[in-house]
Ligand binder design. Structure first.
Ligand code: KG4
Ligand code: ZN
Length: 334
């Protein structure tokens, strides 16, 4: 078939380029912007500027790693949304120019669909239909995946994303951004039952995480007033307890979704699927409930262009291209 596609991801704070050849990933270069750490969160303007600086060297390295010449590329794919407007704009503009220069078609990709299609990069691959819990810094969704490009959101957060809950709690605990991986690390040495945080029940398959963030804020205020070293003395227990609460909220809805749809093919995707506690919880539930479960390799959980390339591969096969008039869609839905 000799189908080589170059894919670009620039929706948030990772500048990434990948090359896929006949459905196999040959290169996946990721530059994670470190400039945001000192601000305790992503600064959109700085993200755009860093993408501009990174994109050419990242693409050059991807082509080099893949040992592919520009003349072999049959299409250029990019993340259209959802994401930060300025950040997306860099990837979209670069892709348009690159495709125009090579005289090849453009493929627009939905970032959330791509997180799910990361499951098709390596074996074992889920069978259709499957359920995917997509958990990232911007999204928390349960998606019924009927086919590669046919997906239906059956539950989602009504306020904060679970990744945001991890990151904002981490900030309250004095940890650097992004705090999710640090909470995960400290939680491994802590007691998950040390503290109890309220768990707001949402109707159906929806989620809410803003209440828990506020509850933690007041809990920490009260305790640090009594003892200024409260956080330092109890960091592992605090991390373990917060992580347990967040995972329980996710698992409850995932179990409910599986029962309601009678689907036992269960996948997780997105940055928070790198969380070791969530991975263990899904594995344990799979044993109990007879699920076949799927978790992508670590490097394909957080933002990367390999997943964009995978989505682009299926879109190419269906002839789904877009025009040079395309613009980013920061709020793009599945
Ligand atoms: O998918 P992703 O890379 O970017 C978005 O599209 O948002 O997800 C990033 C999110 C951040 O909130 C980060 O803290 C979280 O994923 N994350 C984790 C872990 N690794 C990344 N959260 C909890 N535990 C982890 N190990
Ligand atoms: Zn993402």
């Amino acid at each position: 078939m000799s189908l080589a596609i170059l894919a670009i991801e620039s929706s948030c704070d990772e500048t990434s380029a990948a090359v896929i050849y006949d459905g196999k990933i040959l290169a996946n270069v990721i530059n994670t912007q470190s400039i945001h750490e000192i601000y305790g969160g992503i600064v959109p303007e700085l993200a755009s500027r860093a993408h501009q600086q990174n994109i050419i060297p990242v693409v050059a390295k991807a082509l080099d790693d893949a040992n592919i010449k520009k003349s072999e590329i049959k299409a250029v794919a990019f993340t259209k949304g959802p994401g930060l407007l300025g950040a997306l704009l860099v990837g979209v503009s670069f892709s348009k120019a690159f495709a125009l220069g090579l005289n090849v078609p453009l493929i627009e990709v939905n970032h959330m669909q791509a997180h799910i299609l990361a499951h098709f990069i390596d074996e074992p691959k889920p069978a259709f239909p499957f359920l995917c819990l997509t958990v990232s810094g911007g999204h928390t969704q349960i998606v019924k995946v009927n086919d590669y490009l046919e997906m239906q959101v059956i539950g989602q957060t009504q306020d904060d994303a679970v990744g945001e809950a991890f990151d904002k709690t981490a900030k309250l605990l004095g940890l650097t951004y992004p705090g999710g991986p640090l909470i995960d690390k400290y939680a491994q040495q802590g007691n998950p039952d040390a503290y109890l945080f309220p768990n707001v029940e949402m109707p159906g398959l929806d989620f809410s995480f803003s209440g828990i963030k506020t509850a933690i804020l007041y809990f920490l205020k009260k305790n640090t007033q009594a003892d200024p070293d409260f956080i330092a003395k109890n960091l592992p227990d605090l991390c373990a307890s917060v992580q347990k609460t967040l995972i329980e909220i996710l698992m409850k809805k995932l179990r409910k979704a599986s029962l309601e749809t009678e689907i036992k093919e269960i996948a997780i995707a997105g940055g928070v699927s790198a969380n070791s506690g969530l991975r263990t919880a899904v594995k344990e539930e799979a044993e109990k409930s007879g699920w076949n479960f799927y978790i992508p390799k670590f490097e394909y959980c957080t933002d990367n262009a390999a997943m964009i390339a995978m989505a682009a591969h299926y879109k190419f096969l269906k002839g789904e291209f877009c025009s040079q008039d395309v613009s980013p869609d920061p709020r793009m839905a599945i």
